[in-house]
Design a binder for this molecule. Structure first.
Ligand code: ADP
Ligand code: ZN
Ligand code: ZN
Length: 663
């Protein structure tokens, strides 16, 4: 018998020793079935040893799985170890969350191997567009590197970033290497898949995302790991996929917040991708029309090489003209200005498409009683329940709680309770009132719940079966609607004054993206943005498409305030039934003796989180900041270990998040 040190999916920062029977097959990286407590778990062998520190009678026996999967590789373990250290997550949890669910079953299903689908041979292969000079320079710059080389590809919407990716993938395929392409939400952008399949009819491609069924996901993952798949496209979790011949990593829309995992191990897939490229000594391309300020600052300091695409790629296609419409000077009807209504009317007459963008779904954000002041609060969260008129529900967007819309005020019985504010459903019904014969299509997470519904909606839009789209940011991401020439933006002001200091960065990116939908090819585009603050610097930068200028402004503000990327942050969050419990724990955490050994770390006062109650749990946070990332990284494990020894009252739960994006 040999001692195997196992990674197990348990919240403990250690490996577990088991006995395994000697066999020629026994190797680090294989999965085993191990008794744990009164059940069985799947573990991964991280080390083999002759001796254990445990007395022999305490060692239980684990059995190798009868499965043809080759052992997980050293580079996979190194990436997991890094993630575990950097994000303060137990190694076992990191390793097991990286595997598809089908490989974590103690009774695995027998799966028949199936070749990953290659692109379909196209009847008349479209000739490749000739690259413009900027695209050519970008492709050459990346192709010339075989070692670790991070690139930031900054290109306005429609500038041909995807075309650059396709050329780089082709070059990587030609070298016999695999490409890992990360995309924020693949299920939202089936066009990417279509384009890859059309371009690479003979290359096996797999898509890895959580919408796949368990069997499909396992098959895709195996094909990637065993090297059959040459192009691997995936969402954030796929950054961990072990790839034997990896030659290039691409992170599309690198600024997108969905690269950040918001529960369990809270990691940034973009940042891990960069680390992975360094580990594997590979080039990596981060692409965006509105790069994250972190990446932009890296490019400024020369840590990333900046590649720029300034113009739209299709000849004659221009960036849309963006007009900020001062709504203080006009009479709005149902929130719409006469100018926007007129512009919509013109598009209807010309049989072109329009999009009205409002990033708030539902009918109205709150239902209120003017007589007694009752509002539709969620009883479980520090948030209001949203009016959904389409299905007559009040729904909490945080915890999902829903009830029928009451006919009268629950407190005073008043029958005239009113929805306040505006969401996409209300906008849709207002537009129907103004344009009774127009075909109006609402696109948000309510109308596109499943991938099938979403694809059906996209097909309808592509086919020109809608005149006016009403949509949230779901519609803003990377779609190409050739007949869309007008974008109206309403309700954007709310984000200007949000308490979150990252809100302007996010709003800018969102507005650039949604504006980018207007006027893709032969038809020029127009954007009308309604605002009460037309002089705001953010809007001025939007009208001139000046991402670099605005990024500079924001970076200066961040530098002066000592915010990231000029400081490094982590957050300790605590949840409990009562706020006092959570705050008391955080105060205790802030005053531990070990804190004094790290003078370059600032601990702020514990405060309730903005969403201070979620699902009946009250939540508070403690922000840590340091000008030195190494010092923060040294401190966190010491602190975490001490925190784990503190007695916990009243089912208090806590976690640490490194590089938090939301507060
Ligand atoms: P992005 O990813 O930056 O939004 P795309 O790669 O999707 O841009 O390109 C936008 C459009 O321009 C696509 O229809 C694409 O086929 C086309 N295109 C890209 N590069 C060229 C080029 N060099 N010449 C002509 N058309 C191009
Ligand atoms: Zn009332
Ligand atoms: Zn709720």
């Amino acid at each position: 018998m040999t001692i195997a040190r196992l990674a197990l999916d348990v919240p403990l920062y250690r490996l577990f020793d088991y006995l395994v029977e000697d066999s020629p097959r026994l190797q680090v990286g294989l999965r085993v079935k191990a008794p744990f407590g009164n059940r069985e778990k799947i573990g991964v062998i991280v080390e083999l040893a002759k001796k254990s520190e445990l007395p022999p009678e305490q060692l239980k026996t684990a059995a190798l799985l009868d499965d043809d999967l080759p052992p997980l590789t050293p580079d996979f373990f190194r990436l997991c170890e890094f993630a575990s250290q950097y994000y303060q997550a137990p190694l076992g949890e990191v390793i097991l969350q990286a595997l598809p669910p089908g490989l974590k079953k103690t009774h695995p299903a027998q799966r028949r191997a199936r070749k990953p689908k290659a692109g379909k041979p196209v009847k008349t292969a479209a000739p490749l567009p000739e690259l413009n000079a900027e695209q050519e320079a970008a492709v050459q710059a990346v192709k010339s590197r075989q070692d670790y080389a991070p690139f930031l590809l900054y290109g306005v919407t429609g500038s041909g970033k995807t075309e650059v990716y396709l050329r780089l993938i082709a070059a990587t395929l030609a070298k016999g290497k695999q490409t890992l392409l990360l995309a924020p939400e693949i299920n939202l952008t089936p066009q990417l898949e279509t384009r890859l399949m059309a371009r690479f009819p003979n290359a096996p491609i797999v898509m890895l995302h959580s919408d796949l069924g368990e069997a499909a996901r396992e098959r895709a993952w195996r094909a990637a790991f065993q090297g059959e798949a040459r192009i691997v496209v995936g969402t954030r979790l796929s950054v961990f996929t072990p790839l034997p011949d990896l030659g290039l990593i691409i992170v599309d829309e690198e600024h997108d917040a969905s690269y950040k995992q918001q529960d369990g191990m809270r990691y940034s897939a973009r940042d891990l991708a960069v680390f992975r490229a360094r580990l594997a000594k590979l080039p990596i391309v981060l692409g965006s029309a509105t790069p994250s300020l972190e990446s932009w600052a890296h490019a400024g300091h020369g840590r990333y090489t900046l590649l720029t695409l300034q113009e739209r790629a299709v000849s004659g296609a221009k960036l849309p003209a963006i007009r900020i419409l001062d709504t203080r000077r006009v009479k709005l009807s149902d929130g719409l200005s006469p100018q926007l209504i007129e512009a919509l009317r013109l598009r209807l007459a010309a049989k072109e498409q329009s999009l009205v963008f409002l990033n708030r779904r539902g009918y109205a954000p709150v239902l209120a009683c003017p007589a007694c002041g009752w509002i539709s609060r969620c009883p479980r969260c520090a948030a209001n329940r949203v009016v959904h008129l389409a299905d007559q529900r009040l729904r909490c967007h945080h915890c999902g709680l829903e009830t029928p819309i009451p006919r009268a005020c629950p407190t005073c019985g008043n029958q005239d309770i009113l929805p306040f504010g505006r969401g996409t459903q209300r906008l849709e019904s207002m537009l129907t009132g103004v344009f009774p014969t127009a075909r109006i299509l609402r696109v948000d997470r309510d109308s596109a719940k499943s991938r099938t519904q979403w694809e059906a909606l996209l097909a309808k839009i592509q086919a020109g079966a809608a005149d006016i789209l009403v949509g949230t940011q779901m519609l803003a991401k990377g779609h190409d609607f050739p007949r869309l020439t007008l974008v109206g933006v309403v309700g954007a002001d709310a984000a200007l004054f949000a308490a979150d200091w990252r809100a302007p960065e996010r709003l800018f990116a969102q507005l650039m993206q949604v504006s980018g939908r207007a006027g893709r090819a032969d038809l020029p585009g127009e954007v009308i943005l309604q605002s009460e603050y037309p002089e705001h610097p953010l809007y001025r930068a939007i009208t001139t498409h000046d991402y670099p200028g605005y990024a500079e402004t924001l970076l200066n503000e961040r530098r002066q305030a000592g915010f990231p990327p000029y400081a490094y942050q982590a957050i300790l969050r605590a949840e409990a039934a009562h706020m006092e419990t959570a705050l008391a724990f955080l105060h205790q955490a802030a005053n531990l003796p070990c804190v004094e050994d790290y003078p370059d770390i600032t601990l702020y006062d514990p405060i309730p989180m903005r969403l201070f109650r979620l699902m009946n749990q009250e939540r508070a946070q403690l922000l840590l900041e340091s000008p030195s990332r190494p010092q923060l990284q040294d401190f966190l494990p010491v602190w975490r270990e001490t925190l784990a020894t503190l007695p916990r009252k009243n089912k208090l739960r806590w976690h640490i998040e490194v590089d938090p994006l939301e507060f």
